[in-house]
Design a protein around this ligand. Sequence first.
Ligand code: GDD
Length: 328
Amino acid sequence: MKRALITGVTGQDGLYLSELLLSKGYEVYGLIRGQNNPKAELVRRTVPGVKLLTGDITDLASLIRAFGEAQPDEVYNLGAISFVAYSWENAKLTSDVTGQGVLNVLEATRLYAGDDISKVRFYQASSSEMFGKVQDVPQRETTLLWPRSPYGVAKVFGHYMTINYRESYGMHASSGILFNHESPRRGPEFVTRKVTQAVARISLGLQDSISLGNLDAKRDWGFAGDYVDAMWRMLQQDEADDYVVATGETHSIRELLDVAFSHVGIDDWEGKVVQDPRFFRPAEVDLLIGDPTKARERLDWTPKVGFLELVRMMVESDVAQQKELAGR
Ligand code: GDD
């Protein structure tokens, strides 16, 4: 039975990855941060098979202890402060967690492996946010990185550190450059879920409008459940490498609004969307679209859920959730 350790297990990807690994017969350990973490209950309820360990990616000693208990064959570093907008207000904290945190997990992995570096494989959750002011369209593994947010800069550090551990120590360390990936489990601060939650509430007469920032930004949005499968596939390869994980399609926030509103029968949403300067960013990433050719050819990975299906799935889940909340 293989053993896996996941940091960031409380997030959307942590939950989907836990389900995937448990279904494959893995023994799964999840790292939970902080005292009385309110999300621990969510993990226990959603993936009861996961064994929870206490630790923090900014605290190397806690990681060393967690590795000792989990004895992992595979390590998935998903832990991060992941909300881009927040990173301008908390740049130092974001670089400590999202950037330096990667170095800590790599170092804990190396120390745990000891003389036998081949005993453990490492996955780093890199991000398309690293492409920032994009230098190629579509973006691929070789595209020059030009991050536009403190979050993006921190992810670049983690990405290059992962490559450096691969090159310096021969560690099986892979980096997945994941484009935006969403699901009904997405936090409501991210634009897809913010929209689908508001659309559900508007359709039920619980809310009149939604306030948003830049409606012209374009993103390559996929389904998180598909993307965790790509992570696992990377660690099953003979050689570690870097992979773009994306759908190869891009859509604007306006198109997201079109699909979400029309799914509840509202075709003209202009009067229901307010543009609020508070939600504009100091520097925007205007266009993300990934080229997933390498992942398709080497990992035999393709996304199964397309944009329309994804948005509709999220709207339906939010309508059901809002009805349940309103009925209570
Ligand atoms: N969150 C949010 N809220 N975004 C808005 C809003 C709003 O009210 N209005 C417009 N947007 C625009 C943002 O300006 C951005 O261009 C786009 O919607 C997507 O924003 P997010 O959903 O917050 O995601 P992100 O692209 O910044 O970052 C996500 O994807 C990265 C991968 O590229 C996060 O999941 C990151 O952690 C991830 O690395």
